[in-house]
Ligand binder design. Structure first.
Ligand code: YXS
Length: 259
């Protein structure tokens, strides 16, 4: 594994991002390594998983690696995208998954953090949902994660502005389970994980599954779903989508036209 470090101690599995120079951007390789580690954890007696960046990281993850966004016309967040596969593995993993997020969280990494069962942060743990910065139309499962965790109005503001919301606001919205001092986050997180690991893993895994099933909102009617597909195709087949990625790569502000 190059882009993540992993370990198992006292039934607690840890995944640590190891891609600082690219601000832990979620490359296909990093996501593939996460899938491999979850397979290892599934075959071990892991009762809690912690996903973290290196101590002192100002950025937990900068989201999807923009250079790997596909050409126009191809869904940048398709069902089988490695990030979507990681999110489904986290949701289905029998043990709780804790995001120990000391730094800022961007784009698809917000989807990753909000899919985890518990998020522990510090005053640096801001959340920025960025599709609008890149001309992308996020997928429905990711939008649902954000609505469920932040609430309708805040989710809209996050998608419309692409601006970070503060850790304090995230805690007020219930998106952060705990907001602790940077120097305390590691001890606090592992203490919480240890408490969970001493409980019945069967009872804990059944509770996770039940809560996930019961929390799912009412099914979207097929017509609406098809319309969403049409709208998303329009976005990821647009000039704005090309311009968003190019502007990032050229380190300039994007000039969107809405076409
Ligand atoms: O110039 P070098 O080669 O050193 O590389 C720079 C950045 O280009 C690179 N980097 C990234 N490369 C690809 N994809 C990324 N998401 C990404 N983020 C960073 O890492 C090197 C250091 O970055 P730098 O100098 O900007 O670091 P900084 O500490 O000044 O700023 C940290 C950030 C996170 C505030 C800044 O890097 C940033 O704004 N990154 C982009 C965040 C973002 O827009 N993420 C969304 C990715 S797209 C996605 O997740 C979905 C498609 S969606 O947008 O729909 O949610």
């Amino acid at each position: 594994m190059e882009l993540i470090n992993h370990s198992i101690n006292d039934n607690i599995g840890t995944i640590e991002f190891n891609n600082d120079e690219k601000r832990n951007a979620l490359t296909f390789q990093l996501l593939g390594e996460m899938l491999e580690v979850f397979d290892i954890f599934r075959m071990s007696d892991v009762r809690v998983v912690i996903i973290r960046a290196k101590p002192g990281s100002k950025v937990w993850s900068a989201g999807l690696f923009i250079d790997e966004l596909p050409e126009p016309g191809e869904d940048p967040l398709s069902f089988n995208h490695p990030l979507e596969r990681v999110l489904r593995v986290i949701e289905e993993f029998p043990a709780p998954v804790i995001a120990m997020a000391e730094g800022s969280i961007w784009g698809g990494a917000c989807d990753l953090a909000t899919t985890c069962d518990i998020i522990i942060g510090t005053k640096y743990t801001t959340f920025a949902i960025t599709p609008a910065r890149l001309g992308v139309a996020y997928n429905s499962s990711g939008i649902l994660h954000v609505i469920r965790v932040f609430g309708l109005h805040t989710a809209k503001e996050m998608f419309f502005t692409a601006s970070p919301i503060s850790a304090e606001k995230a805690e007020r919205m219930g998106a952060l389970n705990h907001l602790v001092e940077p120097v305390e986050i590691e001890a606090f997180t592992y203490k919480l994980a240890k408490t969970i690991s001493f409980n019945s893993p069967l009872s804990v895994s059944v509770a996770k599954k039940q809560i996930n099933i019961l929390a799912k909102s009412s099914p979207v009617n097929p017509m609406d779903y098809e319309q969403i597909g049409e709208l998303r195709y329009k976005a990821f087949n647009s000039f704005d989508y090309v311009e968003g990625k190019r502007a990032f790569q050229e380190k300039r502000h994007a000039r969107f036209t809405g076409k």
